[in-house]
Design a protein. Structure first.
Length: 492
């Protein structure tokens, strides 16, 4: 897929010419004005697009403070998530909630029997967790249902299973050693990941492994973690594997007897089936028996199925706070898929929905978006474009504070690696970062700053490595950005 929003043919010719120049020649001092320190990376072979400018306010006009190839299209990694946040707020507003429903074509009998299938209809809620399923289970119990004669059906008719387009997500179909590569479905729960808890047992014996969300683990556990003496260190690995439709978690290592229990999250091979198994366990705890099996379908729920119970998820403003603060890929791609109007939407449709939103942003320029999370290296934007988005949201008084709330002040944000630079940088900026390491390094950062005279500004820095510059540390990039922004903040 390769889509761009192009205002006119002269514009693309000029943009292409600018991009060629930026690849061929070193950045001149005039071109790098305001980003003198960051320009050092250009001379080392890194591709850079950077821009910082003051925003207009009242009778004050905006002012360019620095730029370095501002129109060059580069990979933004998780900076993509600011597009997803802005488009979601624009489409639904901050108080919007996604709804998950339990339905059936049957009606409960006087003695509590539901003579048919019980259907969970996924509503595409990125924040659906076990507590929500438990609330919905209790509401079903309150209707008098005590037994389901049919199957427990999980409907992912809205979207799912979503075809994987990144290496990590495709690998997760068979094996996963992380949670960030969670697969996507409109009927997912717990961010598409299994959770187990590992606690010490008796010294010399196996660790105790329990489920985070049920009395017993809902899939096989192969436990090779031993409990060691209190003076020992704790270290173990966990790999979730899938074979012949069954999932198994393999644990190896040791845990000290003095250690606190530790939670482990691993992406599920079938998140819709994971939802069904989790719900089945909760129905059992509530005293509701399901006689049939748990199965998943992408078919639409029958038209004669009526709602028996439902749960509304968290407001969008809370979803965005978590999605941006912790750069949650699952939540970002789920939101982008929710924006797509196509039935059984795929990430290509999600990208098209985001691009349609960007086309309405004044001064943005070309963009390519293939996902809402930034995991896809095919996403391309420029510093000028991201700043145009940030300015557009700044000019939305109904949405700006909620949009900006998901950005971090380095001095007190949850991501410790951004706590670098001077005290001015630490306290005068609000940022969203993006990181990729394969196939080349990507270090991207965007956000707002406040000058000493209390003026608002926007800035974006996109740094992409090449085959000859495969890696760069975040400390190196942030230290250089801090030095340049410090001067801009102090001078204005």
């Amino acid at each position: 897929m390769s889509r761009r929003l192009i205002p006119s043919w002269p514009f693309i010719v000029l943009s292409a010419f600018t991009a060629i120049l930026s690849w061929t020649f070193m950045v001149s001092p005039a071109r790098a004005a305001g980003f003198d320190h960051l320009a050092e990376l250009s001379s080392q072979g890194y591709q850079i697009s950077a821009e910082a400018r003051l925003l207009g306010s009242g009778d004050q006009s905006g002012e360019d403070l620095g730029s370095l190839n501002p129109e060059l299209l580069l990979t933004p990694a998780s900076v993509t998530k600011v597009y997803t946040a802005a488009a979601s707020l624009d489409a639904w507003g901050p108080q919007y909630r996604f709804t998950t429903e339990l339905k059936s074509a049957a009606r409960p009998s006087a003695n509590g029997v539901l003579d048919g299938d019980l259907i969970l209809e996924g509503g595409g809620d990125p924040s659906l967790v076990s507590e929500d399923l438990w609330r919905m289970t209790q509401r079903l119990y309150q209707t008098g249902v005590r037994r389901v004669s049919g199957d427990l059906v999980v409907s992912q008719a809205l979207f799912g299973p979503v075809t994987c387009v990144t290496t990590d997500r495709c690998a997760a179909l068979e094996r996963s050693d992380n949670a960030y590569s969670a697969l996507l479905t409109s009927a997912g729960v717990n961010y598409g990941s299994w959770c187990i808890q590992v606690a010490p047992g008796a010294v010399g014996g196996p660790a105790r492994v329990t489920s985070c969300n049920s009395h017993e683990p809902l899939f096989s556990i192969e436990n090779h973690v031993t409990t060691t003496s209190g003076s020992s260190s704790t270290g173990f690995g966990a790999v979730r594997v899938a074979e012949d439709g069954d999932e198994r978690l393999v644990l190896r290592g040791s845990i000290a007897v003095s250690s606190l229990p530790q939670e482990v999250y691993r992406a599920s091979a079938d998140p819709a089936l994971q939802t069904g198994k989790t719900l089945e366990a909760m129905l059992e705890l509530a005293g509701i028996e399901v006689e049939g099996v748990v199965r998943v379908t992408s078919d639409a729920v029958p038209g004669n199925a009526a709602r028996l119970a439902a749960v509304d998820g968290k407001p969008l403003q809370e979803i965005l706070l978590r999605m941006l603060n912790y750069s949650n890929n699952y939540m970002a791609d789920m939101l982008a898929l929710d924006l797509a109007e196509a039935p059984q939407a795929q990430l290509e449709d999600a990208g098209a929905a985001l691009e349609a939103f960007v086309s309405e942003i004044p001064g943005h320029g070309p963009v390519i978006l293939e996902s809402g999370s930034g995991l896809t290296t095919g996403n391309k934007t420029s510093a000028q474009g991201v700043n145009a988005l940030n300015e557009y949201m700044f000019q939305r008084p109904d949405l700006f504070q909620l949009y900006a709330a998901g950005l971090q002040a380095p001095t007190n944000g949850p991501m410790r690696f951004i706590r670098r630079g001077s005290s001015v940088f630490q306290s005068h900026v609000m940022v969203k970062t993006g990181t990729l390491n394969q196939p080349v390094a990507v270090r991207a950062v965007t956000g707002y700053f406040r000058t000493d005279s209390h003026r608002w500004g926007v800035f974006t820095v996109l740094v992409n490595g090449t085959s000859s510059t495969p890696y760069i540390s975040w400390s190196r990039v942030l230290d250089l950005v801090s030095l340049d922004l410090d001067r801009m903040i102090a001078n204005h």
